[in-house]
Every structure is written in C-alpha cells, then in structure tokens.
Design a protein. Structure first.
Length: 435
C-alpha cells in the first residue's frame, strides 16, 4: 500500500472528527468535492454511512478519490458459508439458562478471516437495521487476494490472540490484542495476520453506528476519550491480478472476480472511516466510598436505539482497575437484567469467574432476565476477604450488551465447546439465612 508499507503507520486522531488525508500531494481538490476534472485523473465517489438528511451531529460520509469507482467491480454470485449467520435466525433455541463456551479452536487447514467466521448468537433483524450478530473470527492465513465488505452492518473487531493488519479503503490499521477496530458498514478491506494465527470476537452491528456514550454527571472527560481514537492516513494499493471481493448482503455472502485491488483510494476527506482504540487507555470510573456501580460506567461505545438510554448494542470493557469500596461485596452483584449480555475475555481472569471455566477466547451469554452473578467460589472469597485497596491487574474482559434477545446459532448450541455444566458453578451457593 502506498504511503503505508510498514506495520507502524501514523494515524489521525479524534473520534468522529472530519479528516482529510492524501497519499499523493494534490490528490484532493481544494474548495469543492466533485470537480469536473478531478486531480490526477481520479474518480470521485461519495461513501455515505447515514442518510443524507440525518442530523448534522450524526451525519457520516466520506469523499473517496480513487483510481477506479466501485461500480467497475460488479458481477456477484452466491458464496456458501455454513458458519456465518444473520438475524433473524431461521432456527435456533434461546434457553432461559446461562450459557458459556470454551474457545472455538483455530482450524488446522488453511483458513483466512472470512472462512474462519463462526457466528455464536444473533439478535434483532438485519433487514430493519436493528440488533447484532456476535461471531468468533479464526485465521491462520492472510487475505492476500481476497477483500471483504459487509452491507449488513459495521464490524467491531476485538482481537484475543494474534494481531491483525487491516488494509482498508481509507488506509492501514494495526490491531493487536488489547486494541479494537471498527470497520464502517459497506467499507472494503482485507486482513493480514501479524503472526502465524489469530482469533478474536466480532460484533456485527446492524443498528446506528457506534458512538461515544453520554457521560452525564461524569462531565467532559473520562471513560473513552475522543483523542485516543485513531483513524488511518490515506494509503492505496495499485495491484493487478486475479482477486476476489466477498460481500455480505442481506444475510448471505456473494463473490465477484476482480482484476485489480479495490483498495485504490488515493485521498479522502470526511468523518466515516475505520478506526482503532487502545482499551488500556480507557479511563475507568468507579466507586471510592461504597457499593458496586452499574456496569454502564464501563461503556466504551454505544449504538443507540429509538428508546433513549436503551442501547441497540453497548460495547463495555472491564480493564485493570482499583477496588477500594468499603463494607461492599466487590464483585458484580447477582442480577437479572432487561438487557442481554454476551461476554468475552481477552486476557487474564474475570473477577466474578475466577474458577477457570471462563478463559481468554471463551464466551458467556446471559440473556434478558436470566439470573447470573459470581460463582460460589467468588462469592465465598469476596464475602470473607479483608477490604483493603485491591488492584485487579493483567485482566481485560468485555461485554456486548443489547436490548434484544440473543438467539444462539444451532452450530453454537451443538458445538463441543459449549459448557453444558455451566450452571453447576452456582450449585455451591448454600442457604445462609439466619433468624
């Protein structure tokens, strides 16, 4: 890719900022978007992530100045993918019990990012732009001649094992475990591996694009700060050969043959672009007196719904942090939640599940009003510990939370990694009542 040939690219900073960037000086016209004769013989293409008439604060679009327009790369045919699902699921059962999975293994045979996608659960309905699909990606091979785009939703990638180099229409992003990346709905990209293999989590968001949550009385700073989000500088591929563009559209995959790379954007300006974020920069807010606050204080990004304060999808992270509350049961309390919670672990141990059944690469699902909370071992430890300041180190868990019910896919329900004895973690909670 021109202007980004190594794995240490520069970045533009700020969440939702309007940026302009050129891989070749003079590629962007000055004072206008679509002149009669664009500089350098480029084509001008507008990439709209929201409706033209969306309110200014939420309107997202980017002007792409490219070697060939996307309309020159058509001619799609269906492509089968047995493990990738889209809501609403045609089949599947959502039992009213907590569910948990061991890590889905990386295949032994050559597998790239597209082929290694494995849907675990989905909610809402992609056709009406509501809900999400939660998947695991697994790969041991880079996408050297394949490109991917998703017309159904934007993609939040959460690496757990092995880093990714994302080559996108807007430029290059390097995303290691501990970082996340968001690819706008409809944007083309390919994935190269930074090591021999990679695995992580995907939230395919069908609803409103992710944005920063309101802070309310927290004030102007804290949680995920705008300045820590990074967008790529312009970089382009000018390659000829036999390539394939795979597109997810209306719940199915389609493929088209190409004789050139579709990542040929020489310059761009706008506010709809891929971006990355370092989760260890999250400014954690917590209690310094008593009680355990709601986990909403850990929200990094939110996809709002038409009901204020009730998200289509929230992305929540549980990073290293101090626990100093007095006379308080410090792990998350037992609860039943109107929101559905899919949780994953990137590294370390989650403080409410220290027993070893919840490991990096694994996942749990607690749907709406399904009771959950600390297992028996965590309860006993937290109830008897001396309440001195405690630092939770070397840990990073996260949660995708939605107002909609996550329905597990049949493949996830039947796979050998599903822990069918998960509810036994609470069997040891004995009667403690005293009159």
């Amino acid at each position: 890719m021109a202007n980004s040939v190594d794995n240490s690219p520069d970045y533009l900073t700020g969440f939702g900022n309007s940026h302009e960037t050129e891989a070749i000086a003079g590629a962007l016209p000055v004072g206008r978007n679509s002149p009669q004769r664009p500089p350098l013989g480029l084509y001008v293409e507008k990439f709209s992530s929201t409706a033209f008439t969306a309110p200014k604060a939420h309107n997202r679009r980017t002007w792409l100045h490219r070697i060939r327009p996307s309309v020159a790369s058509l001619g799609f045919e269906p492509l089968a993918h047995a493990d990738l699902a889209t809501a609403p699921l045609a089949s599947g059962l959502a039992p009213p019990d907590p569910m948990r999975w061991d890590p889905i293994p990386i295949p032994a045979e050559p597998t790239d990012f597209i082929d290694g996608l494995f849907s675990v659960a989905a909610c809402g309905d992609a056709a009406v732009q509501a809900g999400a699909n939660v998947a695991i990606y697994r790969a041991n091979e880079s996408m050297s001649s394949r490109y991917f785009s998703n017309a159904d939703g934007e993609m939040l990638l959460v690496p757990e094992h092995g880093g990714l180099t994302l080559y996108t229409e807007c430029g290059l992003l390097v995303v290691e475990p501990g970082h996340v990346a968001v690819i706008p709905r409809g944007m083309k990209f390919r994935v190269e591996l930074c090591a021999d293999s990679a695995r992580g989590y995907v939230c395919e968001n069908y609803g409103a694009p992710f944005e920063l949550p309101e802070r309310g009385p927290i004030g102007s700073d804290g949680l995920a700060n705008s300045r820590d989000f990074e967008a790529p500088i312009a970089a382009f591929e000018e390659r000829s050969g036999d390539f394939e563009h795979v597109m997810k559209f209306d719940g199915r995959l389609f493929r088209a043959s190409l004789q050139h790379s579709p990542l040929d954007v020489v310059a761009w300006h706008g506010n709809s672009y891929p971006y990355r974020y370092d989760l260890f920069r999250f400014n954690t807010i917590g209690s310094i007196s008593f009680d355990h606050p709601d986990p909403s204080i850990f929200t990094v990004l939110t996809s709002p719904s038409d009901t204020p304060g009730t998200a289509n999808v929230d992305f929540v992270v549980f990073p290293p942090r101090w626990l100093v509350m007095q006379d308080t049961f410090r792990p998350p309390w037992y609860h039943r939640n109107v929101m559905s919670e899919y949780m994953g672990l990137i590294t370390g141990v989650y403080d409410a599940k220290p027993g070893g059944g919840f490991v990096p690469g694994g996942a749990s699902l607690h749907n709406a009003f399904v009771p959950h909370g600390p297992d028996a071992a965590a309860f006993d430890a937290a109830s008897s510990q001396e309440l001195t300041p405690q630092y939770l180190d070397a840990t990073m868990a996260f949660m995708f939370e939605s107002r909609y019910l996550f329905r597990p896919t049949p493949a996830a329900l039947d796979c050998p990694q599903r822990q069918r004895n998960y509810i036994d973690a609470w069997r040891g909670l004995e009667r403690r009542f005293t009159e």
